[in-house]
Design a binder for this molecule. Structure first.
Ligand SMILES: [Zn+2]
Length: 390
């Protein structure tokens, strides 16, 4: 061991996407990170790039913050019992996603619903993903689903044990706004973030959550505002966009028409900074390794949003709404990146134009905490150019 810091230098970046909705494109062609945190961003000529321990020639490709999936249902390691599938997280990394946020480990066979049992599982889930990152991906998990019988002390216990999230309100036995509100308030008091299942039932056993209940419960995130999969009627979605100050989450496994309604409504209201993206996988409709990129291309093309802005929905917006130390290209934030290029043979003069025409970019590399975690994606269309690890 030496005291020399790990120094990552990425040079010859063609386009720098910041994740910041107020300034989605940054000037510069180079990033320096020390011990996994961004230390400088700008032009190579102006930065101290000497003695890099990892040197990457980006070959003119596009760098963005690693994508964040705000809504997943992990269970254990890189396995999901929902579709009997292995390595879904590794596949998702190949779609440019470096951070996953659990909306509840609800697919655990025999999931405990008694208070002691659900607390134990939440604490264990938080621990096993903190101790083990599948393929390097950061998984924020340990998100208990609230059930009748929970009291304030339970939320205090959970928070003290390291639990920072609630699973979707409505997936458990609490289906009324008054009880849900009380529990969400207790969670918030102890620093636990909350989300809610918005819309019709997802699978047998879940129920309808309408706009009135979402508003009454007041969670930090309006989970899948476009339904998971069944969306609320248009007037209720518009009412939520209008009435909520919390994050408005659009998911891949939802209603795409309702996603566009949400985008158009928030744009009219000047609330694009509240939009965040998730996949809601694994679920009945499977897992989506390219789900966040597909949402970005769909919203950009059908919703007429510049691609660089759509990237903010899946990076910086989520980081800010969720208070994460990733998702923004800024000194002090984690060196979590995805390097992409226009997909081979895709139309459009640039990567951004190609995405605005509905095409996916090709992922060439991912980096988490300053460490290269994948090279040319096995899942996206092939990128034209690929960064070189020199
Ligand atoms: Zn849901």
């Amino acid at each position: 061991m030496t005291d020399t810091p790990r120094k990552l230098v990425i040079r010859k970046i063609g386009l720098l996407l910041s994740g910041k909705i107020e300034q989605p494109i940054l000037d510069g062609d180079c990033i320096v990170a020390l011990d996994g945190k961004i230390s400088a961003v700008g032009y190579e000529a102006d930065l101290d790039t000497d003695e890099a321990t990892t040197l990457i020639d980006a070959q003119g490709t596009t760098l963005a913050p690693g994508l964040i999936d705000s809504h997943v249902h992990p269970v254990i390691g890189d396995y999901t019992p929902r579709q009997q599938q292995l390595s879904w997280i590794d596949s998702t990394l190949h779609g440019g996603v470096t951070t996953l946020i659990s909306a509840g480990e609800v697919h655990m066979p025999g999931r405990p619903k008694d208070v002691v049992g659900l607390k134990a599982m939440a604490i264990a889930s938080q621990r096993w993903y903190e101790n083990f990152r599948p393929s390097g991906v950061k998984v924020h998990a340990g998100a208990p689903v609230i059930e009748h019988g929970m009291v304030e002390q339970d939320f205090k216990d959970l928070a003290e044990a390291g639990v920072k999230l609630l699973g979707e309100v409505g997936l458990g036995s609490v289906k009324d706004g008054k009880t849900a509100r009380q529990m969400v308030d207790w969670a918030r008091k102890y620093g636990i973030q909350s989300t809610i299942h918005t819309g019709g039932p997802s699978i047998p056993g879940s129920g309808l959550i309408d706009a009135d209940m979402v508003l009454e419960t007041g969670t930090d995130v309006v989970g899948h505002i476009n339904g998971g999969h069944t969306a609320l009627p248009d007037d209720q979605i518009i009412c939520l966009c209008d009435g909520c100050k919390s994050a408005l989450e659009i998911v891949h496994n939802g209603n795409e028409r309702a996603a566009l309604l949400t985008l158009n409504t928030t744009r009219e209201l000047g609330k694009l900074d509240q939009l965040i993206l998730g996949t809601d996988g694994p679920a009945g409709s499977g897992v989506q390794p390219l789900g966040i990129l597909r949402m970005i291309a769909m919203l950009s093309s059908l919703g007429n949003i510049p691609a660089e802005t759509a990237f903010c929905f899946g990076t910086g917006n989520t980081a800010r709404q969720r208070k994460l130390d990733t998702g923004l290209i800024e000194p002090g934030f984690c060196a979590d990146f995805v390097l992409m290029d226009q997909a081979q043979n895709s139309p459009g003069a640039t990567i951004l134009e190609s995405i605005q025409q509905g095409n996916l970019p090709g992922v060439g590399m991912t980096i988490i905490d300053g460490v290269v975690t994948s090279h040319r994606s096995r899942n996206t269309p092939p990128a034209g150019r690929i960064p070189l690890l020199t």
